[in-house]
Write a protein that binds this ligand. Sequence first.
Ligand SMILES: Cc1cc2nc3c(=O)[nH]c(=O)nc-3n(C[C@H](O)[C@H](O)[C@H](O)COP(=O)(O)OP(=O)(O)OC[C@H]3O[C@@H](n4cnc5c(N)ncnc54)[C@H](O)[C@@H]3O)c2cc1C
Length: 300
Amino acid sequence: MRTALSTLEVVRPRGLKQALEVLARARDQERWVPLAGGTDLLVYLNAGGFDGRRFLDMWGLRELRGIRVGKSAATLGALTTFREIREHPLMRRRFPALVSAAAEVGAWQIQNRATLAGNIANASPAGDSLPVLIAHDAVIHAQSIRGMRNIPFDQLYRGYRDLVLERDELITAVTLPYPPARSVAFFRKVGTRRAQSISKVVFSGLIAFDGRAGVTHVRLGYGSVAPVTLRARHAEKALSREAPSPESLERAREALHRDISPIDDIRSDREYRLTIAANVLEQFLRGAHPGFAGRKASRV
Ligand SMILES: Cc1cc2nc3c(=O)[nH]c(=O)nc-3n(C[C@H](O)[C@H](O)[C@H](O)COP(=O)(O)OP(=O)(O)OC[C@H]3O[C@@H](n4cnc5c(N)ncnc54)[C@H](O)[C@@H]3O)c2cc1C
């Protein structure tokens, strides 16, 4: 049954410090649920069965807004919306895979409200931005009144929808190091249709080459193929330090089976997901370097 709004309590802190104090005071009592764009939380409330009754509305917290351009990295405030990501010139230039993911999160109405930190904290294995954060070695900044800590994104989830965040911690920002020189980034979401679907498989990759050393850097992030978004380390290993070739591609496809463990569910089945996960990897690699298709590179 739909949750009656009259039963809910909402506080709107004036600043980040006050927000963190509210969370800290309630450490041993009923929790204040952080509320950002509300695109997940309001759906849960509408469906009923969500047990949170107290909400900390963060929408007005200026400290959590904006994209800061640094020398070696960009830092996105927790409340950065997918529309802001799509439209930011630096994001378009340096993080095209994240821009592609942002463009596939729902429609404009959702992208205007949905935040990056909300996508992260909601922790759906199908969250579209999450494989990109893996591919880019994102670092999550989590803050409480006890201070700030930095969590590498690939260590954020303990299990299905289970984050290492403490009850009184907020995600305040996400840092993305700039990709290595001459790297190629990729994003691909496979759903039931081209737009506004939940992923059956979602993938992002980042790869860099050196003429002699072959693959010098590779990150492969997958969603919807395990209880958490994950890094495909075996497949990465099959590619690292190898010259791009059809054989190394085939080894990576095979190694991928040791990284992912998709399930049958209402959106897809295990076999389909295994095949598609390997196919999108192949699509990425062939597009990134002609050597994976068995052709000679004219320029590396
Ligand atoms: C119609 C529709 C279509 C959608 N399509 C897609 C899609 O294609 N792909 C996709 O990935 N998602 C999709 N979503 C899901 C959703 O838009 C995203 O997950 C969104 O990014 C969540 O952000 P939010 O700001 O709305 O979070 P909220 O709903 O406000 O919060 C979500 C969760 O994150 C927590 N939270 C939020 N901010 C913080 C913070 N700073 N620190 C700690 N915890 C925090 C909240 O407590 C809550 O548990 C869709 C949703 C709808 C309604």
